[in-house]
Design a protein around this ligand. Structure first.
Ligand code: MCA
Length: 507
């Protein structure tokens, strides 16, 4: 049964159960499954009033709150495509996403709209301002539509795109990954079985909801199980530990930076998490010392798993059985995974490092209006080339060993160096640049810009950082700038980043 169909039935069978509860300083706003369905239906009527039709893209650049979730679910229920966008994207990046996707509607925070120049949004039919901090105002907005006598039929085509999330690439601009209703459902069913989701689970949700991790794995995961999701607006270690204990949460999902901050929180060991049943880690490799420290402090072995925007979750350590340090575990139910020689694409024997390739019903449909890039992402036999390097051990556990792509992961977020290098290239004092990730105990990797200046140019590192900050989302902005006389290049003129990392990352 498709995810939205199952959710529809849950909203009737568990009408009085709390589906979502927003916990913010000084207030708590619970919403039952019955109320969720009523609000989604009203939001559908509102979107229809605005002219949304099946297939339309509806862009959501909203804070983590009820308006986002209602618009997201209502959009997908209408057969349209939900397009979540990071609220941190500055206008320049945003304009690209809106025009590339040809979004019909763009929902953005009232406070952020002043930064946008309508002339930059030529293809945009309509911008709707929302104050996510004031859900009653959003309810008043959606109530402007007469409620439908009967809700439109649930989307029944598993191959219809439900969700589009932009991912960057090593070349060119970011691409919209089209994720279908069938993809979402296949992955949720697999996670449901593998992680033992139950209706009495209480998830503490601290992640952003514009990525697959926070939106699909965590939020959809809880809804798929008729469980309760308690949502904090963001992650803060003290508030998270207090909520895990006080609200008797059973499930928690984080990225390594989050787990690092939890174990480093003063007095962390005094928080008794013994009632919890599942704490997961993903989006980046979990450092071994944090794996062990977490177990020592909290008595829980983090369950590490591996996924990507294009697929959702692929591999996971087991709920029952060995959770192996440094490993991302075994293929989830219905997922095929193999390791191939990147040159010949023939399968490698266990223990040898090659490219990890994935196949299964959870794998995305393709990149929006990019047939060439879609074709390049798959082998003839339908395996997705992940660009991640890894090996499979004789007992089937996978271990990741790096990336074949030029990619930095910081705090669980992917940053493609060319995007930052393009911005740096426009700075009047920069002759050449190379952006690398240096190991960092908190972020995993730290975005570091290595810059050759033009003769006479002498900007301070802080000025370069501010320049990037105005043009890029905060997490992509270099945290360190290093000026050099020249960049090491090979015979073809390509910058040798491994050499730069070896020479500069310690400094
Ligand atoms: C915030 N900053 C960052 C990051 N986050 N810099 C580098 N990397 C980051 N991830 C910047 C802020 O813009 C700010 O800069 C400065 O760092 C300090 O921010 P701080 O308040 O400390 O950050 P935070 O708000 O506490 O956020 C840290 C965080 C967050 C909680 C680790 O980044 C986070 O929630 N990460 C999870 C990401 C995630 O869900 N990834 C899943 C995608 P300034 O002061 O200049 O503004 S991958 C995925 O979905 C696949 C499918 C998968 O497998 O999971």
């Amino acid at each position: 049964m498709l995810f939205l169909t199952r959710l529809y039935h849950t909203c009737h069978s568990h009408a009085d159960k709390i589906a979502l509860e927003f916990i913010e300083p000084g207030q708590s706003r619970p919403l039952s499954y019955g109320q969720l369905e009523a609000a989604v239906q009203q939001t559908m009527a509102y979107l229809q009033l605005l002219g949304v039709e099946p297939g339309d893209r509806v862009a959501l650049q909203l804070a983590k709150g009820l308006p986002f979730i209602l618009l997201h679910l209502a959009t997908m229920r209408l057969g349209a495509v939900s397009l979540p966008l990071n609220p941190a994207y500055p206008p320049g990046e945003l304009t690209y996403f809106l025009s590339d996707s040809a979004a019909k509607l763009f929902f953005c925070e009232a406070g952020a709209a002043a930064r946008l120049n309508p002339a930059d949004l030529p293809e945009l039919a309509q911008t709707v301002l929302v104050d996510s901090a004031a859900p009653p105002e959003f309810a008043a907005l959606t109530n402007s539509a007469a409620p439908a006598a009967a809700p439109p039929p649930l989307p029944g085509d598993p191959d219809r795109t439900a969700l589009m999330i932009y991912t960057s690439g090593t070349t060119g601009r970011p691409k919209g990954a089209e994720i279908t209703h069938g993809n979402l459902t296949a992955n949720l069913d697999a996670l449901h079985a593998a992680w033992g989701w139950q209706p009495d689970d209480i998830l503490l949700h601290v992640l952003p909801i514009f990525h697959v991790h926070g939106l699909v794995v965590a939020l959809h995961g809880a809804l798929h199980a008729a469980a309760t999701a308690l949502l904090l607006p963001g992650f803060e270690a003290g508030a998270t530990l207090a909520a895990l204990v006080n609200r008797r949460c059973t499930v928690f999902m984080g990225v390594p930076t989050i787990h690092t901050r939890l174990v480093q929180f003063p007095g962390a060991a005094e928080f008794d998490l013994s009632h919890m049943r599942l704490l997961t880690s993903g989006s980046d490799r979990l450092p071994d010392d944090i794996f062990f420290k977490f177990r020592e402090l909290f008595g829980h072995t983090l369950l590490e798993r591996y996924g990507m925007t294009e697929t959702g979750m692929n591999l996971s350590n087991p709920l029952h059985g060995e959770r192996r340090v440094g490993s991302v575990g075994l293929p989830l139910p219905g997922v095929e995974a193999r390791v191939v020689d990147p040159e010949t694409e023939t399968e490698l024997p266990d223990g040898q490092v090659g490219e990890v390739q994935i196949r299964g019903p959870h794998v995305f449909k393709g990149y929006w209006r990019q047939p060439d890039k879609t074709a390049a992402a798959f082998t003839a036999a339908g395996w997705l080339r992940t660009g991640d390097l890894g090996l499979r051990s004789a007992d089937g556990y996978f271990t990741l060993k790096g990336r074949s792509k030029d990619l930095i992961i910081s705090g669980g977020l992917n940053i493609y160096p060319p995007e930052v290098e393009l911005v740096l290239a426009e700075h009047p004092a920069v002759a050449a640049s190379a952006v690398i990730g240096c190991p960092d105990s908190e972020w995993g990797e730290r975005v570091t810009a290595v810059i050759v200046l033009k003769p006479g140019g002498a900007p301070a590192a802080g000025e370069i950082i501010r320049y990037c900050r105005d043009r890029l989302a905060g997490y992509k902005t270099p945290k360190t700038v290093i000026f050099v006389e020249s960049l090491p290049r090979n015979a073809l003129g390509k910058v040798q980043k491994a050499e730069l990392r070896a020479a500069l990352c310690g400094s």
